[in-house]
Write a protein that binds this ligand. Structure first.
Ligand code: SF4
Length: 284
């Protein structure tokens, strides 16, 4: 059995970083602050709000189906919001924070009004970070959290649901669905029979997705993972041009321009950036 700690771990976000650019991958997934030994990241209001909405919804799957909506989700939001209050969530002032909190509440109220599959049985993968050997021989592990696995007792099967809190649709050609399909198929025992994105800002409900062929998904993800492994081995993670907007925020953090706000549960030191006029930069 190979040592998981020696393996290269890949996820949807690290693969997306790598496909965007090698330096972006390095900054987000490899670089460690020599002072703390931790990786670094940036927190912004949309990211913080998205995390909290996900937390509230995902935690529902730990409750029996009939008890999930007894208490308004506003209570859970209030509790979870403490983790991102003020600078922790990148909020530069109270008014901005209130605006984002209001949006989060609206998204959760929409789910309460029409919870669909969230009222039904769910399967929870016990691992905090589900993972499996994408290739044991090549020492590559695929990891990632799946928002919700809807259990269908008549077929003893599961369906993937991914909550979307952002304004944009997942782009075509994204490896997110293949990655979630692989994780769901390899980190629990029931067959995976379907997948949906749930764009919470829209009133369209669930968007059904066509599951890819599992073997094709494995090949596509392994192909990128191999490139990542090679780039790490050869330390070939340089910017192919002279920088661009995408990496500037993390470069500025490394240059000491950020304000440290805390270390998250993935042991990433989180920062916010300030503009020259001293207001917080909203990056997305
Ligand atoms: S600065 Fe831009 S071009 Fe350079 S690695 Fe980052 S994303 Fe790529």
């Amino acid at each position: 059995v190979k040592d998981k700690f020696q393996a290269v771990w890949v996820s949807h976000s690290s693969i997306s970083d790598f496909l965007a650019c090698p330096r972006a991958y390095f900054l987000n997934n490899v670089y460690k602050d020599p002072a703390t030994g931790n990786k670094i990241g940036i927190i912004t209001p949309p990211l913080a709000m998205g995390q909290v909405v996900h937390d509230v919804l995902e935690s529902l799957s730990l409750k029996p189906a009939q008890e999930r909506f007894i208490k308004p989700l506003a209570y859970a939001l209030e509790l979870s919001w403490k983790k991102i209050h003020g600078l922790l969530g990148g909020f530069s002032d109270e008014a901005t924070e209130q605006e984002y909190k209001e949006t989060a509440l609206q998204l959760l109220e929409k789910v309460e009004q029409d919870p669909g599959p969230l009222k039904e049985l769910a399967v929870k993968i016990k691992d905090n970070l589900p993972n499996y050997w994408l290739s044991q021989e090549e020492e590559i592990i695929l990891c990632g959290r799946i928002d919700w696995l809807w259990y269908k007792p008549d077929t003893d099967s599961v369906t993937i649901i991914d909550f979307k809190t952002g304004k944009y649709q997942e782009h075509e050609g994204s490896l997110q669905l293949p990655i979630y399909y692989l994780l769901a198929s390899n980190c629990q025992n029931r067959p995976v029979v379907g997948a949906y994105y749930w764009y919470l800002r829209e009133n369209a409900g669930l968007t059904e997705l066509q599951l890819p062929n599992l073997e094709d998904a494995h090949k596509a993800v392994l192909e990128v993972a191999r490139k990542i492994k090679l780039a790490r081995k050869l330390n070939r993670m340089k910017c192919p041009q002279n920088g661009c907007r995408a990496c500037t925020p993390l470069e500025r953090i490394i240059a000491g321009e950020g304000t440290f706000v805390g270390t998250n549960d993935m042991r990433k030191d989180m920062y916010i950036l300030k503009k020259v006029d001293n207001s917080t930069v909203v990056l997305h």
